[in-house]
Design a protein. Structure first.
Length: 368
């Protein structure tokens, strides 16, 4: 049965061919004038390619026809979120929840705004592509399904055999990790992993085809081994390299599966010296650094201070890093402190987004 243009465009979007969907839809603009589904579809495709202005225009046309459609509201909320207008975004997400109280995407977006919704973080998420997790969903990519069934089956069977032979079991507290088989590189990506035209970009790392595929494979293996910091480093290497955009996009999506560690579960904890040598390589990694704080204060609803790294015994300051928490963590200024936080950047300067602190009741810092 022949499919109409909207169905074909939906198929292209599921396969993440947004530009092709836009070209197809733009050629039918007159035919679908006044069609709500057409406006929402092309607006969402424009949103995914980063054309926020055109997306906003088409969403507005759709809104003139229907006000309460969830996909429309998610798209408009995402536009406000991209611009850092969190107040407007919240209004739209709450409207979605009024209509669909169990809408997971709206709840996830509101939690992001509550915990990480400062302007600098939003800018970084837009730049890295992580913001796309709040865009209207376009469905599972069918190109990935057939290509992963056999490898997944083989991997599962092999894993069962190895576990049976070795008698190994993951601790129950760690749970099970997500299945990343849908993120495997295609044959084309593995063969042509390098960007062919590098004249228009600046790359921190110039990698060979083999180095790109190895780095991507390492990121997946580190993830499955619960070494999320090591996986993040490989992802950062790829995002700042000459890898083709499709591989970078898969690397960005992999970031969404990395977990926030605790003091007890963190692995591959980067040292301050390693980070300052190459900050871009360690962005979004979690660290546990100890020292003392200075210049503490409340700015709006957030707590900010400087962490004097290595100064817990008041003998030597290894480095000074701005530290921020969304709420006051109750750090005592006169005691050493151990901080768990995510490395990020603010105004081009390295800083830590704090998640947890530990302070000993004694004069010197002890292991929690």
């Amino acid at each position: 049965m022949a499919r109409d243009v909207l169905q074909v465009a939906q198929g292209l979007m599921r396969r993440r061919k947004f530009s092709a969907a836009i070209r197809l839809l733009e050629g039918r603009n007159e035919i679908y004038e006044g069609n709500f589904d057409y406006y929402v579809l092309i607006a969402t495709a424009c949103l995914y390619v980063g054309d926020a202005g055109t997306a906003s225009s088409y969403y507005q046309r759709a809104r003139e026809i229907k006000l309460t459609d969830t996909t429309l509201l998610l798209g408009q909320a995402a536009l406000f979120l991209r611009r850092g207008d969190t107040d407007r975004a919240i209004q739209y997400y709450l409207e979605i929840l009024d209509n669909e109280p169990r809408n997971i995407l709206a709840k996830k977006a509101l939690e992001f705004i509550r915990t990480k919704g400062d302007y600098s973080t939003i800018c970084r998420w837009v730049d890295s592509g992580r913001i796309e997790q709040f865009y209207p969903p376009v469905g599972v990519n069918p190109d990935k399904i057939l290509g992963v069934i056999l490898p997944v089956t083989a991997c599962v069977l092999g894993f069962i055999v190895v576990m049976h032979i070795a008698g190994l079991r993951k601790p129950a507290s760690e749970g099970t990790r997500a299945d990343l088989s849908s993120f495997v590189l295609s044959a084309e990506e593995s063969k042509n992993a390098q960007e062919t035209d590098m004249t228009g970009g600046a790359y921190r790392f110039i990698l060979s085809n083999r180095e790109i595929t190895e780095s991507y494979g390492n990121a997946q293996r580190y993830f499955q081994s619960y070494r999320d910091n090591a996986a993040q480093i490989e992802i950062n290497r790829l995002l700042n390299s000459n890898a083709v955009p499709s591989i970078k996009q898969k690397a960005r999506l992999l970031m969404n599966y990395l977990s926030v560690p605790t003091f007890d579960t963190i692995t591959d904890n980067p040292s301050y010296d390693d980070v300052v040598k190459d900050p871009e390589l360690f962005m979004d990694c979690y660290v546990v650094w100890s020292g003392r704080i200075s210049n503490a204060g409340i700015q709006g609803s957030s707590y900010r201070c400087d962490l004097l790294v290595g100064y817990e015994t008041m003998e030597k300051v290894i480095g000074i890093v701005p530290l921020r928490f969304s709420t006051n963590p109750g750090i005592a200024n006169d005691k050493p402190v151990k901080v768990l936080g995510r490395l990020t950047a603010e105004n081009g300067k390295l800083c830590i987004e704090g998640h947890a602190v530990y302070q000993s009741v004694n004069d010197f810092l002890e292991k929690p």
